[in-house]
Design a protein around this ligand. Structure first.
Ligand SMILES: C[S@@+](CC[C@H](N)C(=O)[O-])C[C@H]1O[C@@H](n2cnc3c(N)ncnc32)[C@H](O)[C@@H]1O
Length: 348
């Protein structure tokens, strides 16, 4: 596509909307099941046949579907990713009834955020991001979307660090426990603690209990703005810090540092502004602000935050999906009590 065409596409704004309609109606699955004519697709999806044919044509000339014969549709490599169960989880992210749509609404309020300087999500939905998503009762839930996403990179995290040097790991904001479960499977004496909000921890506990790790797994429902389980060998924060503004991120890192022993390791896993594809990272940077007031950071910015929380930088490892693993140890001269006197920066 030429730059002019790409600009015209961006300005029209229709493609993302048409894609979401197709995903919500599970159009790719219906086509895969052999309902490939406009009439049978309209019948299956309860939609208007004439308008549906126009939407499908719109998507077909953008490569989302193919039209091998007039009025008959087939999947392409793009629409294969819209099938239910695809590892990307894309049809769930784009589903108009779920968490993704609540996030899309916040993205649609970029102008409001620009004018107010405030994140859109809480203004639009009346509650902070994670509080609101915990109450959502229809459509694909945030925790399950995140679960699928975490599965897509967990093996790269396993390969990027010598986890077998640790006996006990606390995954802070560890979601539904994809990382801790994979760690326990791969290293059969490793003990793990999952710290997250109640919904994510409940989902993890149900699944991990069934897998038979016994007392090697400890679920902890709580907040990382409060004191964390103490004395672990490793504390991990995977895709957590970028959710939060500098003050909040510093508060979370301080909680980790306070909980760690003198020889604990702290591992922050994120995409970094100075190491990622600029298109992807600038999009995520805006999303983080619109949802939570968070931001994407450079390696230097993360190192500075961690240093202020009492951590000394050791090394950085890049994983194939572009996530960077930044490894820290506790800085010997740091005193948490002096810092704590300045307030912990947790959100009110
Ligand atoms: C972007 S997700 C990352 C989850 C997981 N680490 C991963 O990589 O898939 C951020 C996580 O932080 C959790 N979270 C948000 N606020 C929290 C809080 N105050 N205390 C603990 N966890 C929190 C969310 O429930 C969510 O699981």
């Amino acid at each position: 596509m030429t730059a002019d065409l790409e600009f015209a596409e961006a300005a029209s704004g229709l493609a993302p909307i048409a894609l979401r309609a197709a995903a919500t109606l599970r159009m790719a699955d219906h086509i895969a099941a052999g309902h490939d004519t406009v009439l049978s697709l309209a019948e299956r999806t309860g939609t208007d046949p004439d308008l549906l044919s126009r939407v499908l044509r719109f998507l077909a000339c953008r490569g989302v579907f193919a039209e091998p014969r007039p009025g008959t549709y087939a999947l392409t490599h793009l629409s294969l990713t819209l099938l239910e169960g695809h590892p990307s989880g894309l049809c769930d992210w784009l589903d108009a009834s779920g968490a993704g749509a609540r996030m899309d609404a916040a993205v649609g309020d970029l102008l409001g955020a620009l004018r107010s300087g405030e994140p859109s999500y809480p203004r639009l939905h009346g509650r902070p991001f994670y509080e609101d998503l915990a109450l959502q009762s229809s459509g694909p839930a945030f925790d399950s979307l995140r679960h699928t996403h975490a599965e897509s990179y967990v093996s790269d995290l396993l390969a990027a660090y010598p986890w077998d040097q640790a006996r006990r790991i606390v995954d802070v904001g560890g979601g539904t426990g994809v990382l801790v479960e994979a760690l326990m499977r791969t290293h059969n004496t490793l003990r793990t603690v999952l710290l997250d909000l109640p919904g994510a921890v409940a989902a993890a506990t149900a699944r991990i209990a069934a897998a038979g790790f016994g007392d090697r797994f400890t679920p902890v429902s709580g907040s990382f703005f409060e004191p964390l389980p103490a004395g672990a060998d490793v504390y991990t924060l995977v895709n957590v810090v970028h959710n939060w503004n500098d003050e909040q991120a510093a508060a979370i890192l301080r909680r980790c540092s306070e909980a760690g022993r003198r020889d604990s390791t702290f591992i922050i896993v994120e995409r970094l502004v100075d190491h990622a594809d600029p298109r992807a990272i600038t999009a995520m940077d805006l999303r983080m602000f619109l949802f939570l007031g968070g931001k994407e950071r450079t390696a230097a910015q993360l190192r500075e935050l961690a240093s202020a929380a009492g951590m000394a930088y050791q090394s950085m490892v890049e994983t194939p999906p572009g996530l960077q693993l930044l490894v820290f140890r506790k800085r010997r001269s740091w005193s948490p009590r002096v810092r704590a006197a300045k307030g912990d920066g947790s959100p009110s």
